[in-house]
Design a protein around this ligand. Structure first.
Ligand SMILES: Cc1cc2nc3c(=O)[nH]c(=O)nc-3n(C[C@H](O)[C@H](O)[C@H](O)COP(=O)(O)OP(=O)(O)OC[C@H]3O[C@@H](n4cnc5c(N)ncnc54)[C@H](O)[C@@H]3O)c2cc1C
Length: 441
C-alpha cells in the first residue's frame, strides 16, 4: 500500500488526506491539537473554522469563490461534501454549523481503515521516506515555523500579512490616472498614478481618520511588525502631512491630465500579477473595516468607480513566498518528497486553503496529473501562488477573476462587456476547461 504523511488536520490537510485515502493510500496524519493548540482553535476537531462560519458566496455563475466551490464539488472535495451536509441559511453564501461540519470531516477521515492519527507537534521532516504534505496553516507552531524559515531562507517566510487593497486594473478611471514611474525610472508602466488636489487630500485624510477600524486579537498585539509596515491610518494619525512624505508623496511625477503639473498628492498603484490585471495601492495596508475601505478609497478621484479584487488587512499569518520556494505542483524546491498546502502557501481563505489541499493530495496520488488549466479557479489560484505573483511583493491572495487569463469580449457596439455578463464569460469558460482536466483524475 502506498503511504503518505500529512502534518496539520486543518482544512487543507483534511482535504489532502481524503483525496489520498480514497485513492487507496495509507495516510498518517500528525496534528498537535488538542494537546497543544493554536491561539485561535478551541477544539481537537479536524477542519475547525477559526472565525466566520461562512465559506462565502456560493454563486458559481458570477462569483469566483462560488466557482471554486463548484469546481471542488466536481473533484469530490471532502470539505465541500461536509459543508453541503451541514449548511445553515445565509442567503447566497455557503454557511455551515461549524461543530457539525468539523465533526463530519473528522469522522469521515477516521472511517478509512488506512487512516491513522498521531497527536503531537511535528517538526520539519528533514529526511522523509514517503510523500509528506505540510499544511500547518496561518498559525503554524513556532518550532515548525522556525524550521521552515531555515529551510526556505529567512526572507521567504512571513509572520504576518499586511495587505493593501487590490483593484481590478480595468476599473481605474484612465481619464484621471496615468502610468509613470517616479523620476521616470523603470519602463514607465510599473506604476499607475492617481492624483489628489489639496482639498481632495484633506477630505481623504479626514475620512481615513474617522473610518471604522478592526481591532487586533489579544494574541496578535505582540506581533513585531508595526514600525516596518504601519497601517496607513496610523501614519495619518501621526500628522496630517505625514502621508505626503510617505506613500502619497508627489515628487518625481507629472500629471499629463493637468499639463504635466506635479500633483498635490498621489496614490500609486503597482502591478500585483504578471498579467497586470490587478493593482495594489502601494503602502495602503490598513485595519479599516471592509465597508470603510470601499468608502474611503473611492474618494481617490481615479478610483471613484473602482472594483476591489480584495480589500486590505493586517493579520498574524505564516506563509512562504510561493513563487520563490514552490514548484508548479506545490513541491518545496530542493525537497522532492515534501509539498506544502493550505494558507502556508500564500493563498488566503477557508476555501482557497482547502483547494490547495485538494491539489496537493491529487499531485501526490497522481504524479502524472497535469496542473489544472489557468481558466479554472483551481488553476488560477495555483498558478498565482506558484508562478504568476510577483515574488518581491508577494502577499496572500483570495481567489478572484483578476487571477484568470483576461476575457476579451465586446458587445455589438464594440464596447467591452462588463459586470455580471463578463463574469459569466469567465465561469462558463472555466466549466469547460475543468471538464477537460477532470478526465485525468
Ligand atoms: C484568526 C484567523 C481568522 C480567520 N478567519 C477566516 C475567515 O473568517 N474566513 C476565511 O475564509 N478565512 C479565514 N482565515 C484564514 C484561513 O483561511 C484559515 O485560517 C484556514 O483555516 C486555513 O486553512 P489551513 O488548512 O491552511 O490551516 P488550519 O485550518 O489552521 O490548519 C492547520 C492545522 O495545523 C495544525 N498545526 C500547526 N502546527 C503544527 C505542528 N507543528 N504539528 C502538528 N500540527 C500543527 C494546527 O493545529 C491546525 O489544526 C482566518 C485565519 C486566522 C488566523
Amino acid at each position: 500500500m502506498k503511504k503518505a504523511t500529512i502534518i496539520g488536520a486543518g482544512l487543507a490537510g483534511s482535504e489532502a488526506a481524503y483525496q489520498l485515502l480514497k485513492r487507496g493510500f495509507q495516510v498518517r496524519m500528525i496534528e498537535m491539537r488538542p494537546v497543544k493548540s493554536t491561539p485561535a482553535h478551541t477544539t481537537g476537531l479536524f477542519g475547525e473554522l477559526v472565525c466566520s462560519n461562512s465559506l462565502r458566496s456560493d454563486d458559481a455563475e458570477t462569483n469566483a469563490v462560488g466557482l471554486m466551490h463548484r469546481e471542488m464539488r466536481r473533484c469530490d472535495s471532502l470539505i465541500m461534501k461536509c459543508a453541503d451536509a451541514t449548511t445553515v441559511p445565509a442567503g447566497g453564501a455557503l454557511a455551515v454549523n461549524r461543530t457539525d461540519f468539523a465533526t463530519r470531516i473528522t469522522e469521515t477521515l477516521h472511517s478509512f481503515p488506512g487512516f491513522s492519527l498521531d497527536i503531537c507537534e511535528a517538526a520539519f521532516p528533514t529526511n522523509p521516506t514517503e510523500p509528506t504534505i505540510i499544511a500547518t496553516g496561518p498559525l503554524t507552531s513556532d518550532k515548525m515555523a522556525e524550521q521552515l524559515q531555515a529551510v526556505t531562507q529567512t526572507e521567504s517566510l512571513h509572520f504576518f500579512d499586511a495587505i493593501a487593497p487590490i483593484v481590478y486594473t480595468d476599473t481605474v478611471d484612465m481619464s484621471k490616472a496615468w502610468y509613470q514611474s517616479r523620476y521616470d525610472k523603470g519602463d514607465g508602466t510599473d506604476y499607475l498614478n492617481c492624483a489628489l488636489s489639496k482639498q481632495e487630500y484633506n477630505d481623504f485624510i479626514d475620512a481615513l481618520l474617522d473610518g471604522e477600524k478592526v481591532q487586533f486579537h489579544d494574541w496578535e498585539k505582540e506581533t513585531a511588525y508595526f514600525e516596518g509596515c504601519l497601517p496607513v491610518e496610523v501614519m495619518a494619525e501621526r500628522g496630517r502631512q505625514t502621508l505626503l512624505f510617505g506613500p502619497m508623496k508627489p515628487v518625481g511625477l507629472s500629471n499629463p491630465h493637468e499639463d504635466g503639473r506635479r500633483p498635490f498628492a498621489v496614490v500609486q498603484l503597482r502591478k500585483e500579477n504578471k498579467q497586470g490585471t490587478l493593482m495594489n495601492l502601494v503602502g495602503f495596508q490598513t485595519k479599516l473595516t471592509y465597508g470603510a475601505q470601499k468608502q474611503v478609497f473611492r474618494m481617490i478621484p481615479a478610483l471613484a468607480q473602482a472594483e476591489f479584487a480584495r480589500l486590505g488587512g493586517i493579520h498574524r499569518n505564516t506563509f512562504v513566498c510561493g513563487p520563490k520556494v514552490l514548484d508548479a505542483k506545490l513541491e518545496l524546491k530542493g525537497h522532492p518528497l515534501i509539498r506544502l498546502a493550505g494558507q502556508l502557501t500564500g493563498c488566503e481563505g477557508y476555501i482557497e486553503s482547502a483547494s490547495i489541499g485538494l491539489l496537493a493530495g491529487l499531485f501526490t496520488a497522481l504524479p502524472d496529473l497535469p496542473i489544472p488549466p489557468a481558466e479554472t479557479a483551481l488553476g488560477a489560484m495555483l498558478r498565482h501562488i506558484t508562478v504568476e505573483a510577483e515574488a518581491e511583493t508577494f502577499q496572500p491572495m483570495n481567489i478572484n477573476f483578476g487571477l484568470f487569463p483576461e476575457v476579451y469580449a465586446f458587445d455589438e457596439r464594440g464596447k467591452k462587456i462588463k459586470g455580471s455578463d463578463r463574469k459569466k464569460l469567465y465561469t462558463h469558460r472555466a466549466e469547460q476547461a475543468l471538464t477537460d482536466w477532470l478526465h485525468h483524475i
